[in-house]
Ligand binder design. Structure first.
Ligand SMILES: Cc1cc2nc3c(=O)[nH]c(=O)nc-3n(C[C@H](O)[C@H](O)[C@H](O)COP(=O)(O)O)c2cc1C
Length: 365
């Protein structure tokens, strides 16, 4: 396994990273009352010292009263920003690069702890999933204020010294609730008959983020076709639909598409082995990040249910990367469980690689 090609630098606007490996954003819920402390800074600094090229933070919520369903998920506003300033300073001191993943959960299921935000969840239509309502329909003012809060978070990311920002537009949270026909039942301009027509909220968020950070700051968006209620779902059913959708987002100001799959090797459309990141790059010409079971035998949703994974070879990933399908490779659980994972890959220490089991979630290793 020759991994040298993954250890080439990558630069785009404000982002200058030493290799192609990205730590995938992973919620850890170790920030009491939304404030990331020294333990969170040390966790990210260990990944920087372990030579992760770009660290994407766990989802960190924007300044809306019901943007989170969990008291221990970090905020990206007000008091919490001091904590994030320490995070980025410590990551830079260890030679790493980092961007926060800015997040609004929209209409979610309640957290198992029973904690609830002070006001009801908000989303395009209050719909959590087919037949289930768990929040309110956003008014025009709610929408404008949420867009402003994304912009403010991005501006704060730049001001604190982060290298880029990632907008969370995937996995059934607020932006994805606008994209998805099941959770978007609006009768106004924020709905439409296909995913491109349901992208107005996303493009307004992206434009505001871009306005706040200027042209030279790298802006990433994370997207997924799959839903946690339907892994096989495709909002864009053809390359044409996908091109119309993604090019709207690119025109609004996206620099890099982070294409979430549970297994990176799964083809996006029949008749080609290209995955989501491969198609996104081909259709937009923008750099893309792939993700999903890189270096592990099993995928992450099954891991939450208790299935363990073993280390697996990177040959298929390298074949696609060396073919030019995508520019960056995000790795989740292996880097959550082992801050040295990247170094071990670089040095060929494959016998030292560990698998993943959900016990790793219990602490910040
Ligand atoms: C504990 C955990 C928390 C996660 N939290 C987030 C999150 O906050 N935002 C996000 O976009 N994806 C999140 N994900 C998904 C990961 O970013 C990644 O896409 C997924 O784990 C697949 O990568 P892997 O197979 O390398 O683990 C999470 C995954 C795990 C395991």
């Amino acid at each position: 396994m020759n991994v040298n090609s993954l250890f080439q630098p990558f630069s785009l606007k404000s982002l200058h990273i030493k290799n192609r490996i990205v730590m995938a954003p992973m919620t850890r819920s170790f920030s009491p009352n939304g404030i990331p402390g020294d333990n969170v800074a040390a966790y990210y600094q260990r990944r920087a010292a372990g030579e992760v090229g770009l660290i994407l933070s766990e989802g960190t919520v924007i300044d809306r009263p019901s943007s989170s369903n969990d008291q221990n998920i970090p905020h990206f506003h007000n008091e919490a920003l001091k904590g994030w300033e320490k995070v980025i300073n410590d990551v830079h001191a260890a030679g790493g690069s980092m961007g926060p993943q800015i997040w609004h959960q929209g209409v979610m299921g309640n957290h198992h702890s029973g904690w609830l935000p002070p006001v009801p969840f908000e989303g395009p239509s209050g719909i959590q999933k087919a037949g289930v309502t768990n929040g309110k329909t956003m008014t025009d003012k709610d929408i404008a204020d949420a867009i402003g809060a994304y912009g403010k978070a991005a501006a704060d990311a730049k001001r604190l010294g982060f290298d880029c920002v990632e907008i969370h537009g995937a996995h059934g949270y607020l932006i994805d609730q606008f994209f998805y026909e099941v959770t978007n039942a609006r009768t106004d301009k924020y709905n439409g008959k296909n995913v491109a027509e349901r992208s107005l909220f996303a493009t307004e968020v992206i434009k505001e983020v871009r306005r706040q950070v200027g042209e030279d700051f790298a802006v990433i968006i994370r997207l997924s076709q799959w839903k946690s209620t339907d892994y096989t779902h495709k909002m864009a059913k053809t390359p044409e639909e996908m091109g119309a959708w993604l090019n709207l987002l690119a025109d609004a100001g996206i620099d890099i598409f982070h294409c979430s799959q549970r297994r990176f090797w799964e083809p996006e459309f029949e008749g080609s082995d290209l995955n989501f990141a491969g198609w996104a790059k081909k259709l937009t010409g923008k750099p893309t990040i792939t993700v999903g079971s890189v270096g592990l035998s099993g995928e992450f949703m099954a891991a939450f249910a208790g299935e363990s994974s073993e280390p697996s070879p990177l040959d298929e990933l390298l074949r696609r990367y060396d073919r030019g399908d995508f520019d960056l490779v995000a790795v989740g659980r292996p880097i959550l469980a082992d801050p040295e994972w990247v170094k071990k890959i670089k040095d060929g220490r494959t016998t030292e690689l560990k698998g993943f089991s959900k016990e790793a979630l219990a602490q910040l290793i």
